[in-house]
Design a protein around this ligand. Structure first.
Ligand code: PSU
Ligand code: MN
Length: 311
């Protein structure tokens, strides 16, 4: 049963779970987790197992998980098992970016939050660290479609630390990195000088900054807090080379997925889930395993960072 936190302690319009309220009052670190990866990014029935596994990884690391979603018109921070099940299995569960939150709340809808909506709600709830798989970004063919994920603009205005495996490799990675630079979003390589490639250890793109342990991330967070800059800190944590998708298979299947999307005229919100699904099918599930490895590793790192930061 969700409760509203003590009066004044919780921003209006956001409902935190009992577990998250307790963690916040007792000083237990909290890690925000997104829900679109569960509802739209992973196939059933594996998605529910993954949602629960990610939460238990956070708990094992001594922190409190806060999966974020909209249920029956309430923006929820922290879900219990039956609520996670709704995210994973409910037919018609929507995909909600930041711009979709107000109409979803007004119409009592239910939906999963993308990186943009999750970051916004996490920050408003006072959380500092968020783990996901790969950020959205600039799609290939942007010149004609102008499809750039809302994730980027929201990160530019949200002082949250986001641990990810880079941006999804279905995107135009150099263009996305350029946009992150323009938007003043700091990108730190975690034990790497190369931007990760989501399913792949490296995208081949160079990075300007690197840290080698959670304390290194926290040192940057503290300096950013002092400077009071308003943009996110992206911690780019590559999937281990031994666990990455075979790069040759990756490139071949991606080329096919991209042309299928063009042929079927898939656009807008549907494009990212379509491409991720085509990758899973085209690689016989190997892309799914690499995606999951990346997410697990990001959740573990985010938990360590939240613990080190004591947030
Ligand atoms: N990371 C994953 N799988 C996903 C996503 C991220 O490993 O499905 C989701 C995130 O919620 C991200 C969204 O915000 O894809 C981007 O969608 P779009 O390109 O429509 O903005
Ligand atoms: Mn888009």
């Amino acid at each position: 049963m969700p409760i509203r936190g003590e009066a004044g302690s919780e921003p209006s319009g956001i409902v935190m779970s009992r577990e998250v309220v307790k963690a916040r009052t007792s000083g237990t670190p909290v890690v925000a987790l997104e829900s679109t990866i569960i509802s739209h990014g992973l196939p059933q029935p594996r998605n529910l197992e993954v949602a629960m596994e990610l939460e238990s990884l956070v708990r094992q690391g001594g922190a409190c998980p806060a999966t974020i979603a909209v249920l029956d018109g309430l923006a929820r921070v922290g879900l219990d098992e039956s609520e996670l099940r709704r995210v994973a299995t409910e037919p018609g569960f929507r995909k909600l970016g930041l711009r979709d939150l107000a109409p979803a709340l007004a119409s009592r809808a239910s939906g999963a939050t993308t990186v943009s909506a999750t970051s916004y709600l996490a920050e408003r709830a006072g959380l500092r660290v968020f783990a996901t798989g790969g950020l959205g970004g600039v799609h290939r063919g942007w010149v004609s479609s102008r499809d750039e994920s809302a994730d980027l603009e929201v990160l530019a205005g949200t002082p949250l630390t986001v641990v990810c495996a880079g941006v999804k490799s279905i995107l135009d990675v150099p263009a996305t990195l350029q946009r992150l630079e323009t938007l003043n979003v700091t990108v730190l390589g975690y034990r790497t000088w190369e931007f990760p490639g989501f399913y792949l250890h490296s995208s081949g793109e160079p990075l300007d900054w690197r840290v080698d342990d959670p304390a290194g991330v926290v040192a940057v967070m503290r300096r950013r807090d002092e400077l009071q800059t308003s943009s996110a800190l992206v911690v780019a944590n590559p999937v281990a080379v031994e666990r990455q998708l075979d790069p040759v298979l990756h490139d071949a299947v991606l080329a096919e997925a991209l042309s299928a999307a063009e042929r079927d005229n898939v656009r807008g919100q549907a494009l990212t889930p379509f491409l991720l699904d085509a990758m899973v099918r085209g690689t016989n599930g190997a892309s799914l395993e690499a995606n999951l490895e990346a997410v697990r590793s990001n959740v573990l790192l985010a938990t360590a960072v939240a613990g080190e930061m004591q947030v």
